[in-house]
Unconditional design. Structure first.
Length: 213
């Protein structure tokens, strides 16, 4: 009996922890902000790391991701899990090849499982997921071109909606990608940047916001 009681108490604690971590998601009204950061100061919400493969840090009022290795993506996300979200941020290429990758993630449980919506500085986009460390695209066979993406060093406003099983990617207010997938139901929202065949990708993000749809 004591063992059963202990298990029930432990289960109650675990459930309480899961619920409390999702309280902002549960109590916010539609359209309300669940999380926001303009990177004007070091809030402690974001990774601040540097190594041979890249750097992630707040620099000059922006969150910057630098990728020094090829065929690599780096992600950053505050430790706040959400279910249905509308994630937005401004993104600007700082240096490196135009054939890059940068954007938003949602429903991330760890580095090997999340959804992403990303663009490149030469006008292409991808909507997809990383599942158990393996990348796949959703609703497209390869990265697709869009005239809505501002190329070069221009700033693009990105948005990723993760609502139910539907994922929708926007660039500068225009829907350019949508697909359905039910593998992930909740997790962290954040940022992503990556390099293809050429290293040296550097991207600055600003005005990161997570809304309740």
């Amino acid at each position: 009996m004591k063992k059963l009681l202990y298990l029930l108490v432990l289960l109650a604690i675990l459930l309480s922890a899961c619920q409390s971590s999702l309280i902002p998601d549960l109590v916010a009204r539609p359209g309300g902000r669940l999380f926001w950061d303009d990177f004007s100061n070091a809030s402690g919400n974001w990774p601040d790391v540097s190594g041979p493969n890249g750097t992630l840090a707040i620099v000059d009022g922006t969150y910057q991701i630098q990728v020094r290795s090829t065929q690599l993506i780096l992600t950053a996300a505050p430790e706040h899990p959400f279910r249905n979200v509308q994630v937005e941020a401004d993104a600007t290429r700082l240096s490196g090849p135009l054939q890059n990758l940068f954007g938003l993630i949602c429903r991330s449980s760890d580095l090997d499982n999340f959804y992403f919506f990303a663009i490149s500085s030469d006008g292409y986009y991808a909507l997809g997921k990383i599942k158990k460390g393996q990348a796949s695209l959703l609703g497209q066979d390869m990265m697709s071109y869009s005239n809505s993406i501002l190329q070069g060093d221009a700033t693009n406003h990105l948005r990723l909606d993760c609502i139910g099983k539907t994922l929708t990617g926007y660039v500068n207010g225009v829907v350019i990608a949508t697909s359905d997938d039910a593998d992930f139901s909740s997790g962290q929202a954040g940022l992503v940047a990556g390099a293809h065949d050429l290293p040296g990708v550097a991207v600055a993000f600003d005005d990161f916001v997570v809304y309740k749809p």
